[in-house]
Design a protein around this ligand. Structure first.
Ligand code: DCM
Length: 157
């Protein structure tokens, strides 16, 4: 557990609660279908405009990464997804995560499988189903590049 944690010892009839006090999460979805992974082209902020990302977004207070990802992909792409086990690695994001007075904000990635709907770009400039080669040559946001090698291996399986 990273950051401040408070664990309440469970007693009979009580549910154990673990609060990850200060850590916030941005959850990114790795949606793989037919040997390709879905990437989305950002429209904002200006520093990221035009760059491609694994779509997702920031967890609200008390919301887990997987729950946030399911909500964000529904809002942004209009799809319902099932979220799998988190991929290895995480990236600490710069402010505004810090500027809000909280602890670090961590970018984490999760595989996601579409259960219903077909992705549409409602908040992004465009969507693209990327091959392993596309991942190497398309301009991804720096943070997301962490997962490129693992994804290329997956896509080439
Ligand atoms: N972010 C990122 N990679 C992603 C998704 C988000 O680096 N795949 C970053 C961009 C922002 C922050 O997380 O700094 C919040 O994302 P958003 O602006 O989409 O809410």
């Amino acid at each position: 557990v990273i950051g401040e944690s408070v664990a309440l010892r469970p007693v009979p009839g009580m549910v154990a609660v673990i609060v990850e006090g200060s850590v916030r999460e941005v959850a990114a979805g790795v949606v793989i279908r037919g040997g390709r992974v879905l990437i989305a082209q950002r429209a904002h902020p200006p520093s990221l405009d035009g760059l491609w990302e694994f779509p997702g977004g920031k967890a609200e207070a008390g919301e887990s990464g997987p729950v946030a990802l399911r909500r964000e992909l529904h809002e942004e792409l209009g799809v319902t997804v099932r979220v799998g086990d988190r991929l290895d690695g995480e990236v600490e994001l710069d402010p505004p995560g810090r500027a809000q007075g909280a602890g670090p904000t961590l970018l984490r990635a999760y595989p996601a499988t579409i259960e219903a709907g077909e992705p549409r770009a409602t908040e992004h400039r465009a969507l693209h189903w990327a091959s392993a080669e596309d991942l190497a040559r398309m301009p991804l946001v720096d943070n997301d590049r962490l997962w490129i090698p693992a994804l290329q291996a997956l896509l080439r399986e």
